[in-house]
Design a protein around this ligand. Structure first.
Ligand code: DGL
Length: 270
């Protein structure tokens, strides 16, 4: 297989850049190409069939860029489309849900795990299934937090409105005696300080971005697909399906680095 190809990463928008940041840290020699489907974000409230169609189109585009592996950085797309993408792709496809579930199952001491995500992710029950497959005795409390994505996009990480929403959404989770909370959405790591405060010091927050980067490392190693070390600075490409200026601006908050030029991609004409 093609060791030189980049790792393809996609999300419904800019949120998946939290996963890119983790991948760049874990795998500094790997080139990456990231596509944010900013024309069609958000995926959270959309039907499984629609998200599957979008994800299939993005996979085809990434494969045309000769990627050697694909990371579905979006929790909602992972929940609805991971199995389908794995059937279609000739390269390894990694989602964010199994790595996050594994980390949560390993972290909990009292067996109580909260999962927060978009409406689609929570309705799919994908995290619950993944967690119970690992440890059937776990108690899983899931909560959709649909307002978090627009609040994060607004940059309101510690804003009183965000705190109010967090207190409301997390009330039931807190009553459930959980000691671990899975941040099951690309945007939520940016709310980690606020969520930690609302949940209290005894609750461990699980950021699936870091876990996914570790899983990707293991998959590349197993398949013998790692780029050789010391090959110079790898190239990182950025692409979006709409509003590349906003992508570059908000994206720099997610990655912590200025994004080089962002390509505009029209998936309907590929
Ligand atoms: N990327 C999505 C996720 O992780 C959040 C944004 C959206 O709803 O599209 O579920």
């Amino acid at each position: 297989m093609n060791h030189d190809g980049p790792i393809g990463i996609f999300d419904s928008g800019i949120g998946g850049l939290t996963v890119v940041r983790a991948i760049h840290t874990a795998l500094p020699d790997e080139a990456t190409i990231y596509l944010g489907d900013t024309a069609r974000v958000p995926y959270g409230p959309k039907s499984p069939a629609t998200v599957q169609r979008y994800a299939t189109e993005i996979l085809a585009w990434l494969l045309a860029q000769r990627v050697k592996a694909v990371v579905v950085a979006c929790n909602t797309a992972t929940a609805h489309a991971l199995d389908l993408l794995r059937e279609q792709a000739p390269v390894p496809v990694i989602g964010v849900i199994d790595p996050g579930a594994r980390a949560a199952a390993a972290a909990t001491r009292n067996g109580g795990i909260g999962v927060i995500g978009t409406a689609g992710t929570v309705a799919s029950g994908a995290y619950r299934r993944a967690l119970l497959a690992l440890r059937p005795e776990l108690r899983v409390i899931e909560q959709a937090c649909p307002l978090f994505v627009p609040l994060v996009e607004e940059g309101w990480f510690g804003h009183p409105a965000t705190r109010l929403a967090a207190e409301e959404y997390l009330a039931a989770v807190r009553l459930g005696d959980v000691d671990t909370l899975v941040l099951g959405c690309t945007h939520y790591p940016l709310l980690a300080p606020l969520l930690a405060e609302v949940m209290g010091p005894d609750v461990t927050l699980i950021d699936s971005a870091r876990e996914t980067a570790l899983e990707l490392t293991a998959v590349l190693d197993r398949a013998g697909l790692r780029a050789p070390a010391g090959g110079g600075t790898p190239r990182h490409r950025w692409a979006a399906t709409d509003d590349v200026e906003r992508f570059a601006m908000v994206g720099s908050v997610f990655t912590g680095e200025a994004l080089a030029s962002v390509e505009l991609v029209d998936l309907t004409h590929e």
